[in-house]
Unconditional design. Sequence first.
Length: 93
Amino acid sequence: MTKPGGAPAAGDGAAPARNRVDPKKLLLGKWTAVVPRDREKHFLVVKVLDPEVAGGPATKVQLEAVFSRRLLTVPWRELEDPAVWTQGWSPVS
């Protein structure tokens, strides 16, 4: 079964859809870690790090934990994996 638009419906056993991430629009984005890191779940993108090669695309982002303000640097492509991150601030469960 598919949803309108051809996307698989939930419960079809299909792999979860990847988060759509545009590296140009990452700054100040809100993200929730699926598995909390050091008891921190909600993060804000505070910096898109400059590419290692001049003129190349950005490869990493700096996230700030909302509660502790601790910084975490991750490859921005990691944010596309729904098993690791969800877009927005999901309720704490």
